[in-house]
Design a protein around this ligand. Structure first.
Ligand code: ADP
Length: 201
């Protein structure tokens, strides 16, 4: 049942701009979308380290971590996938309003699901990064052995195998990892991001 008698206090709290000024950065969400094994988490880890060295405060939000915690009651039905992303987007909004840069690593396979995230986070604050790695490459990497299981029918509705992945139509940035080293991919994304998060004084 929906709660009533809710009285929010957002208008009496410090503003996001105050926190961005404190941190000397412009907050936003980098939303990495792509197939399992495309490189989202690996690139996020590298990017976070690089930004940290430069003095930027970031938070990586990653599918498995979120599903083992706040979303541990959700599965992979359509309704649960939607609720998964809805909660992630709400959490992201809290971080962004606190002045942080979030790096979100979620397959988030459909345009609808990413649009829902955009509606919650705000279009201007969510930079969609398409980690565009061909299915054959992801499957050959098979980092977690999930493609093998999906091909064997042990996992149903696996994105790329028996569940569709809808590529973003106009992502803020696109990375092609199949002919790049991890370091090159991280550097390419870093070069894009840095102008977005520098605070203009
Ligand atoms: P995802 O988070 O998208 O499921 P992972 O980051 O877990 O993917 O796995 C990507 C795998 O691909 C890692 O084993 C990584 O070392 C490898 N890889 C090879 N080249 C690249 C690259 N240019 N960028 C990112 N990952 C790469």
């Amino acid at each position: 049942m929906k709660a009533t008698n809710i009285h929010t206090t957002f208008d009496r709290l410090l503003k996001r701009a105050d926190k961005e000024a404190l941190l000397n950065q412009k907050s936003c969400c980098l939303w990495m979308t792509g197939l399992s094994g495309s490189g989202k988490t690996t690139i996020a880890q590298g990017l976070e380290k690089k930004l940290h060295v430069d003095g930027y405060l970031t938070q990586v939000l990653d599918g498995d971590n979120i599903r083992s915690g706040i979303n541990n009651n959700l599965g992979f039905s359509l309704a649960d996938r939607e609720e998964n992303i809805r909660r992630i987007a709400e959490v992201t909004k809290l971080y962004v309003n606190s002045g942080l840069i979030t790096i979100n690593c979620f397959v988030s396979p459909t345009i609808d699901i990413r649009n829902m995230a955009k509606e919650i986070i705000g279009e201007a604050d969510m930079l969609e990064v398409f980690v565009n790695t061909p299915l054959e490459v992801c499957e050959a990497r098979d980092v977690k052995g999930l493609y093998k299981k999906a091909r064997a029918g042990e996992i149903k509705n696996f994105t790329g195998i028996d569940s569709p992945f809808e590529a973003p139509v106009s992502p803020a940035f696109e990375l092609k990892t199949d002919n790049q080293t991890v370091e090159e991919s991280v550097q390419t994304l870093y070069d894009f991001v840095i102008s977005k998060i520098k605070l203009n004084k």
